[in-house]
Design a protein. Structure first.
Length: 392
């Protein structure tokens, strides 16, 4: 089976997720994988850049995005020609983006079944593309199979009317991998190190974090780094004014993420809302403790993790959870992390269990109908596998 995996973002988690998915699918016997990334993707400039079979010129800003849309007939025709030459049996969108409907048009012309992996069902406050969720819903409605990366996301997609149960199933997001496994927490021998890493936006709970750290301030010796990119805000100013806290409002390239997570003992996720978290499984795979709020998909994602602690989305509960962890940290023992490649290989096999057999058994003209009825949503099963086995 020849599988086309694509993600046309230029930087961030999307291209990296697509690369790891392609690598994992190649580990499944009988598969060949075609990877399509934006020609300007950050990971293609890295020293260990993946081979990209189908690089696509995308856009560099709002003006070039509009210009690309104005060229839709030419772009789609070119995609049809290039995809036909690669002869994929099925296409997987690793993370939706603004130009995916153009790709969909080419795939539909070639009668290639489409699988869409959905990370978020709703736009978070401050997200950069206001129309992205509307575009995503159009893509999801036209997909043959939809993979939601948490039950929370699956439920929201059904509530929105974007997908029916028959085309939908749930898989847990595997950890992204950034270099070799680091030493265990506290190996540095200094004060406990806390890290907030991600977009510096209000829904990430920056106000909750700064209130919690003020409660901790008199009682504990610790350091906290707040690292990510976002608009300047009073919450960031308040965090930066707390002794022991440093704020680094900057883009973190993929090459630095492994060292950043290795620096920390505890990752703090004080979110006010969340579909699920890519940071959480990545931190746990690196042997780090994760403290997260009980919101959205975080509870199902972290509830059974030995290295995770859940709290309520308020400053008092977060402060109490951190205070307890800081007391326990000097005496804590940490389980040996598992090889993240195993998580990805399991993820790839589960995915193909749901989508591959109909493609192999039927001619492409009947694939959309035969894929129906194999989905799972919110723990309701219509097949042999619930797709909710913990993978981090």
């Amino acid at each position: 089976m020849r599988i086309l995996v694509w993600q046309w973002g230029r930087r961030g988690a999307g291209p990296l997720f697509a690369m790891r998915l392609a690598e994992a699918l190649r580990s499944v016997p009988g598969t060949e994988v075609i990877l399509s990334l934006a020609a300007g993707a950050e990971i293609l400039q890295a020293e260990a850049a993946p081979y990209c079979d189908l690089p696509v010129d995308t856009y560099t800003g709002a003006a070039s995005y509009v210009w690309k849309l104005l060229q839709t007939p030419r772009v789609v025709t070119g995609l049809i020609r290039r995809i036909r030459a690669l002869k994929p049996d099925i296409a997987i969108c690793a993370m939706p983006g603004p130009l995916d409907l153009l790709h969909l048009a080419a795939l539909r012309r070639l009668r290639i079944p489409l699988v869409v992996m959905v990370h978020d069902a709703d736009r978070h406050p401050g997200d950069g593309y206001p129309l992205l969720m509307a575009l995503q819903r159009q893509l999801v409605r036209r997909a043959d199979t939809v993979v939601a990366l948490s039950n929370h996301v699956a439920s929201r997609l059904v509530e929105q009317g974007a997908v029916d149960h028959g085309r939908l199933f749930v898989q847990r997001i595997p950890p992204l991998v950034f270099g070799p496994l680091p030493p265990p927490p506290r190996a540095h021998g200094g004060a406990p190190r806390l890290l907030f890493f991600g977009r510096l936006l209000p829904y990430k709970g920056l106000n909750l974090l700064q209130a919690a750290m003020r409660e901790l301030q008199p009682a504990c010796s610790w350091v906290l780094r707040v690292v990510g990119t976002g608009p300047e805000s009073t919450d960031l100013d308040a965090l930066g004014a707390i002794p022991g806290v440093t704020v680094e409002n900057r883009w973190v390239p993929d090459s630095e993420i492994g060292a950043l997570i290795a620096w920390a003992d505890i990752l703090v996720l004080p979110y006010l809302e969340a579909s699920q978290s890519g940071v959480a499984p990545t931190a746990i795979a690196a042997g780090r403790i994760v403290v997260g709020t009980r919101v959205g998909g975080l509870a199902e994602q972290l509830g059974n993790e030995r290295l995770a602690r859940l709290c309520e989305p308020n400053a008092a509960s977060l402060a109490a959870a951190l205070r307890e962890l800081l007391r326990e940290l000097p005496r804590a023992t940490f389980p040996q992390p598992t090889d993240p490649r195993r998580n990805w290989e399991e993820f790839a096999r589960e995915l193909l269990d749901h989508v591959a057999q109909p493609v192999l058994a039927d001619d492409l003209g009947s694939v959309p109908e035969t894929l129906l009825g194999r989905g799972i949503v919110a723990g309701q099963e219509s097949g042999a596998n619930t797709g909710t086995t913990p993978s981090s």
